[in-house]
Ligand binder design. Structure first.
Ligand code: HEC
Ligand code: HEC
Length: 235
């Protein structure tokens, strides 16, 4: 990261003063003029919408490069192997919910709060759809630490019901496989101290508070080492 860009401190007025997006401007013009050119543009709207999800991911859209998701989450949504998770192949609904939760402060994080707040709800949907459609991939975990034989059993007993066999995710919990170990450990620690509070009925708070520090670390390392794979159809 380039410190000069300082993603932590965008001007607070950024959101209010942003110029109208070309898309919105286009719609407004169409409404006023109803020209053939506008009708043509409308008919290709599907393309434009999916493209704009990719545009936000790669360029940061109107917010500029410091908010380009790819800077931290990788060119293909693979994450940075450290604190920024992979986004590729995660369910669109889950990704979108996280951005709502960052914006609302239920999941406190300085950078992601600003990133999410700069996107309007349509843009959040579009960028979520973009990442959900990318093939899951991840960086190879760098660790040589061994996984206790007890850890897969702990996972099967305490986590698998919601996060699926090998952490591929289910309807009741997002994929955890091939996420950076540091990131997974951080999330569990955040739940333990009620910093992350965006889980319905505090499911993850209750789960996390039953784990000791060694188990949190082991579960993070274990899940990070499971290769990415396409989600099960039942998710
Ligand atoms: C400057 C770095 C940076 C940029 C730019 C950035 N992110 Fe993030 N993102 C992070 C970090 C770090 C986290 C983990 C935060 C935490 O611990 O909650 C994260 C977490 C997320 C999550 C939560 C994923 C999960 O598995 O729960 C989503 C979704 C997300 N980012 C989407 C985006 C999108 C979309 C963009 C671009 C519009 C973006 N991010 C731009 C650093 C960044
Ligand atoms: C009763 C269901 C349930 C059980 C059991 C459960 N989880 Fe979760 N977990 C969830 C839900 C739901 C979320 C997503 C919450 C949200 O919307 O942010 C989640 C999210 C997570 C995340 C954050 C993923 C991300 O991308 O940020 C981690 C890490 C996690 N769980 C680890 C575990 C571990 C480890 C266990 C077992 C020790 C476990 N969970 C057991 C339901 C469950």
């Amino acid at each position: 990261m380039n410190d000069d860009l300082d993603p932590m401190r965008p001007p607070t007025s950024l959101h209010e003063h942003r110029p109208a997006s070309p898309g919105r401007l286009g719609l407004a013009l169409c409404a006023v003029l109803l020209t053939t050119a506008c009708t043509d543009r409308m008919s290709s709207s599907d393309d434009r919408w999916s493209r704009s999800g990719e545009l936000i991911a790669m360029s940061g859209g109107e917010a500029g490069a410091r908010y380009a998701c790819a800077t931290c989450h990788g060119a293909r949504g693979e994450g940075n192997g450290f604190d920024a998770p992979r986004l590729a192949g995660l369910p669109a609904g889950y990704l979108q919910k996280q951005m709502e939760d960052y914006a609302a402060g239920l999941r406190p994080h300085g950078v992601m709060r600003d990133v999410a707040r700069f996107l309007d709800s349509h843009e959040r949907v579009r960028v979520a759809n973009h990442y959900a459609a990318l093939p899951p991939r991840a960086l190879m975990p760098a660790t040589q630490e061994t996984i206790d034989a007890a850890t897969p059993r702990l996972y099967a007993r305490a986590c698998q019901q919601c996060h699926g066999v090998d952490g591929v995710g289910t309807m009741d919990g997002p994929p955890l496989n091939a996420q950076p170990a540091f990131y997974l450990i951080q999330q569990l620690q955040d739940w333990q101290v009620s910093k992350r509070r965006n889980d319905g009925n505090h499911v993850m708070l209750k789960v996390a508070q039953q784990l000791d520090a060694g188990e949190v670390r082991q579960l993070g390392l274990y899940l990070a080492g499971i290769p990415p794979r396409p989600a099960s159809p039942g998710r």
